[in-house]
Ligand binder design. Structure first.
Ligand SMILES: *Cc1c(COP(=O)(O)O)cnc(C)c1O
Length: 366
């Protein structure tokens, strides 16, 4: 059976070499007599896997020493709930810039213990742009400013054409949800207080998330919370306060190594430019047969929603795509239409195949 080009938004495609490695490791880890998922997380085998994953992620993203890296069970939504508990004292104000579905989800994870200020929102414009930085109403002395680096459903991303990809927030630390764009380009980590990402878009299988925190922020008291939700305790125990999701951690480690072997974030930046240019070029060059409504200054390179001029064509488009070996293209129910998610594991050839299919489909139905 041939593997298809998988444009799913998450859980998303993993590199084939990573899947093969995992398959080979599945029955026995070296000569340990058991697989890595059947062993203690405190044993030497897994401790080495965990340490190497962290070292490789630090190399990949250029994480400075004064930042801690946590590997925690749960998803990005879990992190969204834990950020205020760890970094905002009761009564504090937290600033949120909402540029799509996931920014709204982040807001919903707040409790009445903090005051939420929506500093800016793209919702009045249907999330087709990011409000200009000089229109944001930030709160002096806020606990943090939260942004979504890339909106996976609305296809909106902070890009250089918009302005500073890490917007200036003065003394207030910037927290960013990088779930769907982490490791797609080099970034300056020091511009952020916290970066977090669920793994299932660009880093590995679902079930684990990465949280990168400026260490001094861990000295904040935050809110009353159980020890298991305390990032400081997690760090003190190397993210092993309880049994961690070892298989996911191991798989993410394979993905980090693959990314480094492929050339690291500069290479994925180059490929992302190439893939996005191919796909947006096909959409914009279709004379209105296909359409993407996002302001070109903030169009995502990772998730590209697009619509056919006639909704009646949607089901036929998806069926034909599947037959052409292109899967995962159905748009999110919030927007409808199509969406192509083209994370690091999607080769340029996959996007070429999609573009060829789109052009052929237009010839037959245009
Ligand atoms: C997928 C996604 C989430 C939610 O992730 P879960 O792991 O399902 O909680 C949050 N933010 C962004 C940007 C995402 O792409």
């Amino acid at each position: 059976m041939a593997r298809a080009y998988n444009f799913a938004p998450g859980p998303a495609a993993l590199p084939e070499s990573v899947l093969k490695q995992a398959q080979a490791d599945m029955l026995e880890w070296g000569t340990a007599g058991a697989s890595i998922v059947e062993m203690s997380h405190r044993g030497p085998e897994f401790m080495e896997v965990a340490a190497r994953a962290e070292a490789d992620l630090r190399t990949l993203l250029g994480v400075p020493a004064d930042y801690a890296v946590l590997f925690l069970p749960g998803g990005a939504t879990t992190a969204q709930a834990l950020l205020p508990l760890n970094f905002a004292a009761p009564g504090a104000t937290v600033d949120y810039v909402v540029t799509g579905h996931w920014g709204k989800t982040a807001l919903r994870q707040l409790t009445p213990a903090v005051t939420a200020n929506i500093a800016a929102s793209g919702e009045p414009d249907g999330f087709r742009n990011i409000p200009a930085r000089d229109t944001w109403r930030l709160t002096p002395g806020a606990a943090y400013v939260h942004i979504t680096a890339n909106e996976t459903i609305h296809g909106v991303e902070y890009r250089p054409a918009w302005g500073e990809p890490a917007p200036e927030t003065g003394d207030v630390p910037l927290f960013a949800d990088f779930s769907s764009s982490i490791a797609s380009e080099p970034i300056d980590i020091t511009r952020y207080g916290v970066i977090y990402a669920g793994a299932q878009k660009n880093l590995g299988p679902v079930g684990i998330s990465v949280v990168i925190v400026r260490r001094e922020l861990l000295e904040r008291t935050g809110q009353p919370r159980a020890d298991i939700f305390n990032y400081g305790s997690q760090l003190a125990h190397d993210s092993m306060l309880n049994t961690p999701p070892t298989w996911n951690w191991y798989m993410a480690g394979l993905v980090f190594r693959w990314m480094l072997d492929e050339g690291g974030t500069p290479e994925f930046d180059r490929r992302s430019d190439e893939k996005a240019a191919l796909l947006y070029g096909a959409i914009d060059g279709s004379g209105g047969f296909y359409r993407n409504d996002v302001d070109p200054a903030v169009r995502s390179r990772m998730n590209i929603p697009f619509f056919l001029a006639e909704d009646a064509h949607n089901a036929v488009f998806l069926d034909g795509a599947r037959e052409a070996g292109l899967i995962g293209l159905k748009g999110h129910r919030v927007l409808g239409g199509m969406r192509a998610s083209i994370y690091n594991a999607m080769p340029v050839d996959g996007v070429r195949a999609l573009v060829a299919y789109m052009q052929d489909f237009q010839k037959r139905h245009g």
